[in-house]
Design a protein around this ligand. Structure first.
Ligand code: DGY
Length: 321
């Protein structure tokens, strides 16, 4: 008999095919379910495993209502800020995430946002969509050169380091702020700062790659933005919670920031529409991992974890061990 699984979010077909082959699952391609529907289906099907994404909040209340037979909840994300980890631990639920597999794609998108913001991609696109038809002077619609600039990276985990690798290819000087200094083989010549405030004045560009935690909440605010040099570019592919969006909008409006590249927002998907009014914002709807290859790898990472746990083995990528 195949093990029973509930998948509370639509999955790519490659992941659905594997679910069909290995699990007894009422919606093998996944279905977007809210908390109540997920709980009802877990109860009804007597499933021992749940695969979900950040759209489903594993709050203490939700965890308390989970059927006792549920052994593992595998989130198809690297971020875990939608999960009450303490409540899950207390309940004895195994929770896994998908580290590493999305590092490269997220860094690709961060660099795309950096280039797009600095080189005014959104405005050029608008000109082309309107039909162009009028040549531009040598001084018109100039962007900022990325090559050779100094990039500050907040959070030098896997994604931060993948971003640093791309920056080195663009001849950039890389600074990073992390709680601890990395060994030289991971640092790869980047300069460490233990205090963000010391790093910011030296950054032409700043890219955020830290998780959302109480310590990083609104770490980019009016005070820290003011420490960046005038004309800096901010990129955020981490979490909206890191940024005080009111302060960011003000810095964009005043010209203190030349541009921003944003993939994440405080209130997703209903992001603050005032960002639309700033042509110097180049933005995407939280799509860092959205490639065929990476979404498949994330789905397979969840399924590998689920299979391991249901076969009595240790999970491969648990949130705690
Ligand atoms: C992640 O994996 O955490 C992405 O941001 C999607 O939520």
């Amino acid at each position: 008999m195949k093990p029973r699984l509930i998948v509370s979010r639509q999955m790519p077909s490659s992941v659905g095919d594997r679910i069909r082959a290995e699990f007894d699952c009422p919606h093998p391609d996944g279905r977007d379910m809210d908390a109540e529907t997920t709980l009802a289906l877990l109860e009804e099907t007597k499933a021992e495993a749940l695969m979900f994404t950040s759209h489903l909040k594993l709050t203490a209340e939700f965890i308390e209502r989970l059927p006792a037979r549920l052994k593992i909840a595998a989130t198809c994300s690297v971020g875990t800020d939608h999960i009450d980890v303490n409540a899950a631990r207390v309940r004895g639920l195994i929770v896994t995430n998908t580290p590493k597999v999305l590092d490269e794609c997220t860094a690709d998108l961060a660099f795309l946002l950096l280039l797009g913001a600095a080189r005014r991609a959104r405005e050029y696109n608008t000109v082309m969509e309107r039909g162009w038809r009028q040549g531009m002077g040598m001084g018109e619609m100039l962007g900022i050169r990325v090559w050779g600039k100094t990039l500050g990276i907040l959070g030098m985990g896997g994604i931060g380091r993948a971003m640093a690798a791309r920056a080195r290819g663009f001849g950039m000087k890389v600074l990073y702020c992390n709680r601890t200094r990395l060994p030289p083989e991971l640092e790869q010549g980047a300069t460490w700062f233990g205090d963000l405030r010391d790093m910011l004045p030296q950054c032409d560009m700043l890219s955020l790659h830290a998780p959302a935690t109480p310590a990083t909440q609104r770490i980019i605010n009016a005070e820290t933005l003011a420490l960046l040099p005038k004309g800096a570019v901010l990129v955020n592919t981490a979490r909206g919670a890191l940024v005080d969006e009111g302060a960011l909008l003000a810095a964009l409006a005043s010209g203190h920031l030349a541009a921003a590249g944003l993939d994440v927002f405080d209130n997703e998907p209903a992001y603050d529409l005032r960002f639309r009014d700033h042509p110097n914002v180049f933005f995407t709807p939280h799509m860092g991992s959205a490639t065929h290859e990476t979404r498949r790898a994330m789905g397979f990472c969840c399924l590998d974890n689920i299979q391991a746990v249901l076969q009595g083995q240790r999970p491969l990528t648990p949130l705690w061990s």
